[in-house]
Write a protein that binds this ligand. Structure first.
Ligand code: UDX
Length: 438
């Protein structure tokens, strides 16, 4: 099959590359010429583990190409994926202008006697497939169907998530489009995982429901952790105890400094907004947003309390800037909130992250000292804050750290270390939802 993917952001690039991997010819389109030139030159524009190998193989074998020419790509393709941004508008609802703008152009391109399948891959509010259909139909001389096919890719493991999905969700009321989508996704579900076909609106809702549920689950656990600190319980034990119930499960139940990233914050807000537009007050999501917003300040609050509210002139090291490990993405990252609070209180911040420093420099510039090596951040600091659980931070040389730091004080927003070990090593160690602070 010939496939066009419009939008070479994170979702478009991963999807296009993985479709090429199963033997299809994929043309990725973007209106950003510099991005297209980089990709053409064999340079990836995002950091995603495992993507480079698949990308290089498929560009070399000429199954994967890049262009700014939307018309040429649409003409050459049977299936066109729309992987365009849907950023939150001022009121929190998803801005569909990119999606509908491209849909309108595609309407002009499809000729008589042609049939194309247009696939919404972006996370879009319920009813978008109908809107896309209407916009394309305005000018279209040929035949087409619009399908909703939400992605469930986690940054850091997106290639694996795409190649081996738990499930594929396809929203379409057209038998013809259903057959095309079945053929396209068949290679990815050979292990026996399902492709669920449903109506377009349910497919669109599934994506928001999944992300909002996961965000709610994390937020619930963060509140349990906060309460554990007050009542003298340990959230690690509570997670195992409750998660062992098959109905709950232990995964995705880790408390920390709040969820971030490009999806959860945006999607929870958009679903809340959709509910409001339909005169439904989704109180639970309102609370989730409020609680998560507060949780992002947790580490800075703990530090401030430790120094009796006076962080002025204190030297603080920060390990981890990305919103989660294995990505350079800092969108809605808790580290932004932590650092902003520390700077506001007059602290000096020394930061290290294996991948996200360039992105964070764009926000803080020279207000923060960015260092080359994790240990370089620790020289003479009054405390270390850990904000992202990179594997690199899991087993550091604590004795060396103790020598470098002015005081052996660690605030851990990701619960990487054992509290008892830290006591034996002579550290003051304050983590999330564990009362044992030494
Ligand atoms: C998410 C969804 O998982 C994915 O299916 C969707 O398509 C896009 O959004 P992503 O944003 O890449 O993926 O990251 P994810 O691993 O889901 O983590 C999201 C946030 O939740 C991160 O800030 C992470 O630190 C936090 N989190 C995750 C927790 O605080 N605790 C957990 O137990 C899991």
């Amino acid at each position: 099959m010939k496939i066009a993917v419009v939008g070479t952001g994170y979702v478009g690039l991963v999807s296009g590359t993985c479709f090429a991997e199963t033997g299809h010819h994929v043309i990725c389109v973007d209106n950003d010429n510099s991005k297209v030139e980089k990709l053409k030159g064999g340079e990836l524009t995002i950091y995603e583990p495992g993507l480079d190998t698949v990308f290089l193989r498929n560009t070399k074998e000429e199954r994967l190409s890049f262009t700014t020419d939307l018309e040429g790509a649409v003409k050459a393709s049977d299936v066109i994926f729309l992987a365009l941004p849907t950023p939150p508008g001022e009121d929190g609802s998803a801005d569909l202008s990119y999606v509908l703008g491209v849909a309108e152009q595609i309407g002009h391109i499809i000729d008589k006697d042609e049939y194309k399948v247009l696939v919404d891959k972006s996370t879009v509010p319920v009813g978008t497939a109908e809107k896309v259909h209407a916009v394309v139909a305005k000018n279209c001389k040929g035949a087409f169907d619009v399908v909703s096919n939400p992605e469930f890719l986690r940054e850091g493991v997106a290639v694996d998530d795409f190649l081996r999905p738990d499930r594929v969700v396809i929203g379409t009321s057209s038998e013809r489009a259903k057959e095309t989508m079945q053929r396209l996704y068949e290679p990815f579900v050979r292990q026996g995982n399902p492709i669920y076909f449903m109506d377009e609106r349910s497919a669109e809702m599934t994506k928001y429901a999944a992300n909002s549920y996961l965000a709610t689950r994390i937020t619930f656990m963060n509140e349990i952790a906060n309460l554990c600190e007050k009542v003298g319980a340990n959230v690690d034990n509570v997670r195992i105890g409750m998660g062992s119930d098959g109905r709950i499960g232990k995964r995705f139940l880790f408390s920390g400094v709040g969820y971030g990233g490009s999806c959860f914050p945006k999607d929870v807000q958009a679903l809340f907004k959709t509910a409001k537009e339909h005169n439904y007050d989704f109180k639970l999501l309102d609370s989730v947003m409020g609680v998560n917003g507060a949780q992002k300040f947790k580490l800075a609050e703990k530090m401030s309390a430790y120094f009796d509210g006076d962080l002025k002139g204190k030297k603080i090291a920060i390990w981890g800037l990305a919103f989660k490990p294995n990505t350079d993405d800092i969108r809605e990252a808790p580290a932004i909130y932590t650092i902003r609070e520390l700077l506001k209180a007059g602290a000096e911040v020394y930061a290290y992250d294996p991948e996200a420093m360039e992105n964070m420099k764009e926000i803080f510039g020279d207000q923060v000292t960015f260092v080359e090596h994790r240990y370089d951040a620790l020289k003479d600091v009054d405390a270390l804050g850990i904000v992202t659980e990179w594997n690199l931070f899991r087993t550091p040389d604590f004795n060396y750290m103790g020598e470098l730091m002015k005081d052996k004080v660690i605030f851990d927003g990701r619960n990487l270390y054992n509290t008892k070990d830290m006591k034996e090593l002579g550290f003051y160690y304050n983590s999330i939802g564990r009362t044992t602070i030494y």
